[in-house]
Ligand binder design. Sequence first.
Ligand code: NAP
Length: 252
Amino acid sequence: MKYRRVLITGGTSGIGLATSLKFAGEGDRVVISGRNEEVGRRLERDNKNIFFVKADLSKKDEIDYLVDEAYNRLGGIDILVNNAGVLILKRLEDMELDEFIYTYKVNLYAPFYLMKRVMPRMAEEGGGVVINISSIAGLSSYPNGSAYCSSKAALISLSKALALEYASRKVRVVVVAPGLVKTRMAIESLGSIEAVDKSAKNIPLGFVAEPEDIAELIYYLSSDKARYVTGSVYVIDGGVIAGRYKSLVEED
Ligand SMILES: NC(=O)c1ccc[n+]([C@@H]2O[C@H](COP(=O)([O-])OP(=O)(O)OC[C@H]3O[C@@H](n4cnc5c(N)ncnc54)[C@H](OP(=O)(O)O)[C@@H]3O)[C@@H](O)[C@H]2O)c1
């Protein structure tokens, strides 16, 4: 089978790392980005199908560099996974405008600009798939999440608009909205791995997802098996936002 050419942002950690290893393990060629050069170079050394490009996605010129390098290395991009993201949790009074803007730069403007650079060329070359990693926080907000929740909600709306704009040009745009996943982001925001594990009691399925759980869904959605899927949001959260986990009525 012919390999596919994949660009994954935030491939140095968590969901992006697991997704990069999944695609590379299936024989696809993957360009990953991140700021952590040590991890990126190690992944490149250990995997013949992975190429690392150092890029800070809050900077437009570094996104341009990443896209140019991805085209140089791969010759084209069949699949774009906008995965890199940042989470700043603060009360409104403490959230600086710069922090709010930085969150938007990484979580929303970078996916927008990457899609702007990549989707027209995908269309010219016969089609492609974009997977945007939002969050259940983009569907159901929580306190202290003004920047994160709103950026993830906007990413969903942006994805739907572009899915419609590009449907006739054979570029699918799909959103994946994970719940809690055992990654650096979750550990840093909850304070410890123990705190992440303890959250399992609030998850209907009773456990916290591993990054590989999300990678499997991303891989499926990028494949031709999902050829009828575009403009939709795939929640993968152990049942968290399906409804109220606990009844409002006291039970014996
Ligand atoms: N973990 C969860 O519970 C959860 C739940 C829902 C959604 N998500 C979403 O899933 C995605 C992946 O998160 P994760 O949980 O896997 O977190 P993670 O382990 O902290 O990984 C985040 C990735 O994003 C990259 N990144 C962050 N800021 C960047 C910047 N300015 N420029 C370039 N790269 C940057 C990091 O690369 P470097 O460190 O190399 O810079 C890293 O590879 C995010 O969009 C997140 O919002 C996570």
